[in-house]
Design a protein around this ligand. Structure first.
Ligand code: CP3
Length: 352
């Protein structure tokens, strides 16, 4: 191991990989590591509802730190939700157990869109920034602190549909059929997201991830016309010293365009092998991924072989952050996650 990269902290390792610099071991964290499979999270959640946890800085910080202590991951992802900044736009929402976000009055008409305003991040989500400041102090230099936001397209899916959906037909119909309304909605979401992410950076986030979870619903033309301009605007509005990760799933057909969005790293799912995905996005960007989370529901040998395959395809090239292709499934055994972290950290890419 070269001296220059010996004994890195998790924070160093995670940020170096996002900057495509050499690391002493592949950094690893898991999407949805904070809120799903940990029994200590469930115990805390049994005493407080989700919104109370998310809006109470001490509780949000506690939930954020749980997977760091138990799993040994290199990055802590803020305990929050993509819906939180919408309140400041004048949208009320609920987070229902097992159902996810519900918008009692969905945004569907010209008047609905006209009522929306760009959120003042400090005024509407001060608890998010307070949690980040607490976490920054708590984590020091040992573990990276990752902020996040939902991307305008994915937020618009919920805003228009009003709830989770397989195909988000109302949202897509508004996008195709009322491009004028869509544009205004995306503008407000884009400006809100910029303020929200910059607030998180000012409060101590080392890096940020933009979750465009439902991008796989779009073809390349629709993406180019109705989504990419806003994504680009968001990445361009963040300070260049803060690496930004673009997340989506099912977006194989969009990878070339995502690579040109201005992000530092592209998070990819398992639908393409990691090396093929990296080829598509180009070696000039870092890559995050891409183990299928259902592999963790099998025996350890299957999980291990899947992870080793991901690492072999990364082939020790600078710029790989190990992760799953989507969030941790609730039924995942936390011991399996911890064992996977140890495997990734112990793996020598040169076969030594
Ligand atoms: O590791 C973490 O869990 C960190 C915090 C986090 C939450 N949501 C907490 C949460 C993060 C990073 C998110 C992101 C999020 N939220 C996304 C993007 C990521 C992805 O999976 O694609 C999306 C699409 C949402 C919207 C959302 N919020 C859904 C679909 C749900 C349903 C249930 C679930 O767990 O996915 C939520 C609710 C939610 N967000 C919970 C948690 C812990 C469960 C609420 C509860 O405890 O009742």
């Amino acid at each position: 191991m070269p001296d220059a990269v010996a004994a890195m902290t998790g924070r160093d390792r995670f940020l170096a990989a996002l900057r495509r610099q050499p690391v002493d071991a592949t950094p690893v964290w898991f999407m949805r590591q904070a809120g799903r499979s940990l029994p200590e999270y469930r115990a805390l959640r049994a005493r407080h509802d989700f919104m109370t946890m998310a809006t109470t800085p001490e509780l949000a910080a506690t939930a954020t730190l749980m997977p760091v202590a138990r799993l040994g991951v290199d990055a802590a992802v803020l305990f929050a939700d993509i819906m939180l900044p919408l309140a400041g736009m004048g949208v009320s929402f609920e987070i229902r157990p097992n159902a996810g976000p519900v918008i009692p009055e969905p945004i569907r008409s010209e008047a609905d869109v006209a009522r929306l305003r760009v959120a003042d991040a400090e005024a509407s989500t001060p608890y998010v920034f307070a949690a980040l400041r607490l976490l920054r102090r708590e984590l020091g230099d040992t573990t990276a602190l990752l902020g996040f936001a939902g991307a305008p397209f994915t937020l618009a899916c919920y805003l228009i549909e009003g709830k989770a959906s397989r195909e988000f037909p109302r949202a897509k119909a508004l996008m195709y059929g009322r491009p004028d309304l869509w544009r205004r909605l995306m503008e407000v979401l884009t400006e809100t997201t910029i303020g929200y992410l910059n607030g998180q950076i000012a409060a101590g986030a080392d890096a940020v991830q933009l979750f465009d979870s439902w991008l796989g619903l779009l073809g390349p033309e629709a993406y180019r016309k109705h989504v990419l301009p806003y994504t680009r605007r968001i990445f361009a509005a963040l300070p260049t010293y803060v690496p930004a990760i673009h997340f989506s799933t099912g977006s194989v057909a969009l990878l070339d365009q995502i690579a040109a969005s201005g992000c530092a790293a592209v998070s990819v799912d398992w639908r393409l092998p990691l090396d093929a995905a990296w080829e598509r996005i180009g070696q000039g960007l870092a890559i995050q991924g891409n183990l299928d989370p259902t592999m963790l529901l099998t025996d350890w040998e299957t999980t291990r072989d899947g992870a080793l395959d991901v690492l072999a395809r990364a082939a020790g090239r600078p710029g790989h952050v190990f992760n799953l292709g989507h969030g941790v499934l609730p039924e995942t055994d936390p011991d399996r996650l911890a064992r996977l972290v140890a495997l990734v950290h112990g793996h020598a890419s040169d076969g030594a």
